[in-house]
Design a protein around this ligand. Structure first.
Ligand code: PLP
Length: 438
């Protein structure tokens, strides 16, 4: 398999640098190119690869960075205030972990709840908490705005709660705020919006200061009980020495007296262990109290032992920064390789655009409209799995059928390289056929 693959790679390297944009090629040139690409594609098929670019997961080397967390307590279970973390209680979390969450999400510790290993669960629980009120206010149905492309699990949550989703595109770095403000003003049954404000999944975009300011004032023009679901999942996940800066939504909201409408989320899933971290929810103290009441029907407290482990391991923001720099050292080569291969084979051809993120977990690729499904199928048929087309849009429908989310963090570098080299052949083949048809 390796020999066949290496032969394929040699050919790819020598024949790929097509200087012309596909749109400018003659039919004869396109036909010749298609033949070459089909040959490459058949060679890849013969290599019987089994590669996966779908998983936005940390690699095992990244997980190893936090192994010290196991056993860090060394039998110490009692907090400064006398709390025994092994026992029941403390639904809002131990004070030390609330302070840690507050520094990650840039708010006050008394506005933070520390949850279990998934912020996604907190999002679900928060939506469940709001359901009766929203349904009472809008018996005809509740709506949410979803900036697109976005995180598929946000959309799944909306579907689960029967919340109608209204997609809104990005306008440069920011979701189109003119449109968002118009929609929210016109329709009081819009009860919320999903935001991944920093190193967005999948685009890597970070919202501008102006956008954050406008978000902080959005509840002033919305219907009652509007919520901004501010999922800051990648708050400390930088890939660059010049990280993106995100304005402080909660500070602005306090100033405008809209903090009851802000719900911040975050977790250590991609800081320590993706399956055994801690999560955070931040909102005004008053709303936090109401949410705590709601949660108390289902539990007495989250896992405080793990909260203490995290506090001892990460300590504070400088501890987190040092730790995240180690993650970045492992991630940077993967993102650099992704950029290298995409630009080497696709630059100048005008058959795709992609993000060059300063942080986060993904590279967002936009193909020629109408080609995403085809590219993903071509890749799947030769053993390279990509995130399904449409996954980054509500209801799984990308109206332009062009966005593909690439997840370079999990595979080893050599597998990543193989997968991306197959990906670029599939992009080229789908695109050349598109031009031959048009
Ligand atoms: N939010 C975003 C934007 C994500 O990309 C992810 C994971 O990929 C999550 C939330 C999941 O976070 P958690 O592990 O805390 O549930």
């Amino acid at each position: 398999t390796l020999i066949v693959y290496n032969q394929f790679r040699k050919k790819l390297v020598t024949t790929s640098n097509q200087p012309n944009s596909y749109g400018a090629m003659s039919r004869t040139e396109l036909e010749a190119l298609e033949i070459t690409l089909v040959q490459k594609y058949d060679e890849i098929a013969a290599a019987k690869l089994a590669l996966d670019l779908t998983r936005g997961k940390p690699s095992s080397e990244q997980l190893n960075l936090s192994n010290e967390i196991d056993g860090i307590l060394k039998g110490q279970y009692i907090l400064q205030d006398g709390t025994d973390v092994r026992n029941y209680g403390g639904l809002l979390g131990i004070p030390e972990a609330r302070a840690l969450g507050a520094s990650i999400l840039e708010t006050n510790a008394d506005e933070i709840l520390v949850g279990g290993n998934a912020s996604l669960t907190l999002m679900h629980q928060y939506l469940a908490f709001m359901q009766p009120l929203w349904k009472q206010e809008c018996p005809e149905g509740v709506k949410f705005i979803c900036p697109v492309p976005g995180y598929d699990r946000h959309f799944t949550l909306c579907e689960h709660f029967n919340i109608e989703m209204i997609p809104v595109s990005f306008d440069g770095q920011d979701p189109d705020l003119d449109q968002i403000e118009r929609l929210v003003q016109q329709d009081p049954s819009i009860k919320g919006i999903w935001c991944v404000p920093k190193y967005s999944n999948p685009t890597g975009k970070t919202y501008s200061d102006t956008a954050v300011k406008r978000f902080s004032m959005l509840p002033k023009i919305s219907g009652d009980n509007f919520r901004i679901m501010w999922d800051n999942a990648y708050a400390v996940h930088h890939l660059s020495d010049a990280p993106d800066q995100l304005a402080n939504l909660m500070a602005l909201a306090r100033h405008h007296d809209t903090n009851d409408s802000m719900v911040l989320f975050g977790s250590t899933s991609k800081v320590t262990f993706a399956g055994a971290g801690i999560s955070f929810l931040g909102t005004s103290q008053e709303k936090l109290g109401e949410f705590e009441q709601h949660l108390s029907e289902t539990m007495i407290g989250f896992d405080k032992v793990n909260q203490l482990r995290h506090v001892l391991f990460l300590k504070d923001m400088s501890g987190i920064a040092r730790h995240m720099a180690r993650h970045a050292a492992l991630l940077k080569p993967r993102f650099a390789l992704t950029e290298k291969i995409l630009s080497k084979y696709l630059d100048g051809k005008r058959i795709g655009e992609w993000s060059r993120p300063n942080g986060g977990y993904f590279v967002s690729f936009d193909a020629i409209p109408g080609q995403a499904k085809e590219i993903i199928t071509l890749a799947a048929n030769v053993g390279v799995r990509l995130t399904p087309a449409g996954a980054t849009f509500p209801y799984g429908i990308d109206p332009q059928d062009r966005n593909i989310r690439l997840a370079p963090t999990f595979p080893a570098l050599d597998s990543l390289q193989q997968a991306l080299e197959v990906f670029v052949v599939c992009v080229q083949l789908a695109s050349v056929r598109h031009y031959l048809k048009s």
